[in-house]
Design a protein around this ligand. Structure first.
Ligand code: GLV
Ligand code: MN
Ligand code: MN
Length: 430
């Protein structure tokens, strides 16, 4: 069949599937911890609502559904040969940032489901596992990628399970409580026959739109560091303490934040964000005694990022010394930049080309589950254009025709992946 024939034969089905994806995304958006905005965090009741919604969607097309100990929902579509065959995971995350858009993460999970639906009951020489990760954003614990880490890494090696949420609950405790309440959850283990991971995601930036392209093939993801920087001053009366005699923690933090902004602007491609400040005691008539700031730093080159974090910590120490403040710095997360698997990238490119679309190769500035999974599995990503480049915002959106294009490309990818395995595509876990 010619390329055009492939596309036109898939057009009616991709139209129907895209409509289903968008309708389901709207339904998932109603599962929230905070009325009036979308917020879903790790192991929350809102996440359980999403699982309850999705379970029948998977089951009605013959998929076997489980939730694992990490709170990841996992649905398996078995291969034509039964249980023992290679597995392709298609996944993304179901948690959100506060006041989120509806598409970040959820789109990738529901596109995966739509692709299995698009097979119309046809089985492939490999199984497909759709994974909806429980945490990618790190909203609850300030620590990202918990779902994909627990699936692919040895948690004992990282110590991240001791991170605490705002109520002092550790990740370790939250997981134990979750399992206690849901004894039926399965262990969070990767099927040893898993052969590759594919993730669809909105771009979350303006590049594809600026080039009038619906899809992009992601070849790498920038590295990121996350830190806490705490300025300790002396709390005091806002009316009685002369300006020259204060040690205001927040004023020191404010100066440092603007310095970080300038330092990032001075380095090509570097981004740095202070997205949270906790001020104590936190009253209008009390001089701030403590200011705890988050810091998120990203760059495609790990050496540039590491150097920038060091320079920002040094700056914090100098500002603190000048102002008579004490300082504590803690880098609690560092994720190196990731280059995806060349074979999966080229399969994704072939699939997009087969749909008749032009595309570009891209680097992602946003973090993704794929960057964690890539340490264990050949991994690739396909981006969908983000209208206005808007994401992490309620106005986040996606175009209907881009969802259709992603479905067409995804169906081509499934066929390409079968050829790839037939030619002896490797199983990295064997
Ligand atoms: C997740 O969206 C991130 O890039 O922080
Ligand atoms: Mn996000
Ligand atoms: Mn995301």
């Amino acid at each position: 069949m010619s390329t055009n024939a492939v596309i036109s034969s898939r057009a009616p089905i991709s139209h129907r599937l895209a409509a289903g994806v968008l309708e389901r995304i709207a339904t998932v958006a109603s599962c929230t911890e905070k009325p009036g905005e979308i917020l879903r965090t790790f192991l929350s009741p809102a996440m359980e609502e999403v699982h309850a919604l999705m379970r029948p969607w998977f089951e009605q097309i013959g998929m076997k559904v489980n939730v694992d100990v990490a709170g990841n929902i996992r649905a398996v579509y078995t291969s034509e040969t039964g249980q023992s065959s290679p597995v392709l995971i298609i996944g993304s995350h179901l948690d959100t940032v506060p006041n989120a858009g509806a598409y970040d993460g959820v789109l990738g999970v529901l596109l995966g489901l739509a692709l299995v639906e698009g097979l119309g009951g046809r089985c492939l020489p490999y199984s497909i596992e759709i994974v909806g990760f429980s945490d990618e954003e790190g909203t609850r614990f300030g620590f990202p990628f918990i779902g994909s880490r627990l699936l692919t890494e040895e948690p004992s090696e990282t110590g991240f399970l001791e991170s605490q949420d705002s109520s002092g609950v550790t990740i370790r405790q939250a997981l134990a409580d979750y399992r206690l309440v849901h004894p039926e959850v399965i262990p969070s283990t990767l099927n040893p026959e898993t052969a590759a991971y594919l993730e669809f995601h909105i771009e979350q930036g303006p590049v594809l739109e600026s080039q009038n392209l619906p899809l992009g093939v992601v070849e790498s993801v920038v590295g990121q560091s996350r830190c806490h920087v705490t300025f300790h001053g002396t709390a005091g009366h806002a009316g009685t303490s002369p300006m020259a005699m204060r040690r205001d923690a927040l004023a020191g933090a404010a100066l440092w934040i603007t310095r970080c902004e300038s330092m990032a602007a001075e380095r090509d491609g570097l981004v740095a964000t202070v997205g949270q400040i906790l001020v104590k005691p936190g009253a209008a008539n009390v001089i701030p005694g403590t200011a705890v700031c988050s810091l998120d730093v990203r760059h495609a080159d790990d050496a540039v990022r590491i150097d920038a974090v060091e320079a920002m910590m040094k700056e914090a120490r100098e500002i603190a010394a000048e102002r008579g403040l004490k300082i504590e710095t803690n880098q609690y997360h560092a994720q190196p930049a990731v280059h995806f698997d060349s074979e999966i990238i080229s399969l994704a490119e072939k699939a997009v080309r087969e749909t008749g679309l032009t595309y570009i190769r891209m680097t992602s500035g946003a973090g993704h589950d794929a960057m964690v999974v890539a340490s264990r599995l050949p991994t690739g990503m396909i981006f969908l254009r983000s209208p206005g480049g808007i994401s992490h915002h309620p106005d986040e959106s996606v175009l209907f025709e881009d969802v259709e294009a992603a479905i067409q490309a995804g169906l081509c990818f499934l066929d390409q992946f079968a050829f790839f395995l037939e030619k002896g595509g490797s199983n990295p876990l064997a």
